[in-house]
Design a protein around this ligand. Sequence first.
Ligand code: GLN
Length: 535
Amino acid sequence: MAKFIFVTGGVISSLGKGITAASLGMLLKAWGLKVKLQKFDPYLNVDPGTMNPYQHGEVYVTDDGAETDLDLGHYERFTGEPTSRDSNYTAGQIYFSVISKERRGDYLGQTVQLVPHITDEIKSCVKKLDQPGVDAVISEIGGTVGDIESLPFLEAIRQMGLDEGRDNVLYVHVTLVPYIRAAGEIKTKPTQHSAGRLREIGIIPDVLICRTEKPLNDQIKAKISLFCNVEKKAVIEEPDVKQTIYEVPLMFVDQRLDRLIIERLRLKAGTLQLDPWLEILDAIRNPTSAVQVAVVGKYGELQDAYKSIYEAIDHGGIANRCRVEVKRILAEDVERVGAQSLLADAHGVLVPGGFGSRGLEGKIEAVRFAREENVPFLGLCLGLQCAAIEFARNVCGLAGANSTENDHHTPHPVVSLLEEQERVQQKGASMRLGAYPCIIRSGSRAQEAYRTDSVNERHRHRYEFNNRYRRLFESKGVVFSGLSPDESLVEMLEIPAHPWFVATQFHPEFKSYPTSPHPLFREFIRAALKRSRGG
Ligand code: GLN
């Protein structure tokens, strides 16, 4: 039987609960324990797949094709363990499931209610991760304590303390301890209120993780301990990281939080193995070189929209022991002022995935610049589609070439819908989603990177390279270096005459971890490094 750790948040959102939960997972794993992580999101969308990145940030895709919250990306990157459909539930999914059961007659004769039906459903989702061999399940509750919509989730986890026995359940509350500049003081009141709100619901936190700008002294910790009814040694400080989020687990080790959790839950831990983690921190802190990479996207400064991509770029830096400075370029700015002025000093250009036509021409222009100027290029999903459009127009001479997503009447639809997608009406969960095998062509850059002939990568798209144009592209110098096993779908393309020009229909960024950087990001940064040295 697994132990259950619940991570809640208080005072404000964006405290980094996901990174905190992921760090706890990483530490328990480093102690030789098997952990599973999951996130509950209190909104009513069935999944974030239908939300816009301004609302939600990146949609993270799992191997089994679930469109999920970006915190699952942190869970995978910190623990190196794949997540799945069971790792993310929204209030929408919970209600959908209960209402479907009601219609089916599963509750015949009963009044279906928030308690116990919705709370039972939530508990059963937690229990799904209590699989053989799993020592601990870490469940993060999205939102902030005090939100109306979080209540059913908090009620469910309160009940679990009773159901499972208090020795088998641990409540971790992440809260804000602000520093008020005008007063020159650290304030504990918001944390007191937040812990109080939890107590009203019947949850007394076992651990308080205090997000702070300034260090907490002993006196402050004692005060928080007294007013929040939490042992002093369980009042943990989590200051803003200096360089990288990968420092967070070590902050916890310094305060013995890992040991406290193991003792409190009586987990059968081995010995702490931190070496791989210390190595990545060493590579981040002591780079031997630096490169500049431009990401030409639709969301410019919106950090969360391309979360996994920025992380994977950093991992590419770790693999090459180099500091990567990312320049976030708005594709629309490329349309306005041209690629030259914005991309001239980039050692690599990356065009990420996306939907719709805003900024598309700017992305295509960025591809042209990278191809013609021999700048290493990595195109992901829509990035591959842009590369195909650019090559069609400027190398194959197909004026007006486009994707049918952007132009229904293009004379040269080099990217188009598969027949099966043409019949799809519903928007939610109807794309080509999740991991599919891809056969790698021998002698290609792809094979040089992967060092294998077949890979499994995650997808999230509707449109595909149009096979009618394959032969023409090949005759003009493109190599289709990754294909589906039946060769019917283009998964990767590259230009061998270019120093490093690789594009993928899938999203390699979802499978890059700091402890094992993704091969394509590793090679992309290596190529950028070579360019920075004039190679
Ligand atoms: N909009 C494109 C498609 O649906 C690309 C999707 C993506 O980049 N994730 O095929």
